[in-house]
Design a protein around this ligand. Sequence first.
Ligand code: FES
Length: 154
Amino acid sequence: MFSEQINKKADEIIARYPVKRSAILPLLHLVQNEENQISKDGMRFVAKKLGVEMNDVYEVLTFYTMYFTEPIGKYHIQVCRTISCYLCGAEDITAHLVKRLGIKPGQRTEDGRFRLSEVECLGSCCTAPMFQINFDYHENLTPEKIDQILDSLP
Ligand code: FES
């Protein structure tokens, strides 16, 4: 199921914590990066590695909004909607994406290419409005800039 390399990475992460179960969040990230979601097998892997119950894993992953139990998609667009971004037009940014992608926040396009989420402050308030696509920040957004960014994605 999970490769030797992932097992090794998980062990390295666990070794950083005095209490094994404290590694639950980074292990969930590790699994999600590997699977593009956190499947039942992924939950089982984390539970086994940490010596906890599946329910313990499920409770944590369903509490946080950054974990998904269904495929995320190729590109996860997270639009910041907190105060600086809100005042600088985050609602217009989301509206443009909704129109262009044909999905609402919390949904994924049928082809699995994009997921759209609205999130709280991503720590880039001075370059509002902004969004994050996978691990990349895109700032000072306008509808035109959004179109350029999306058109440039492979
Ligand atoms: S308010 Fe949007 S990045 Fe902080």
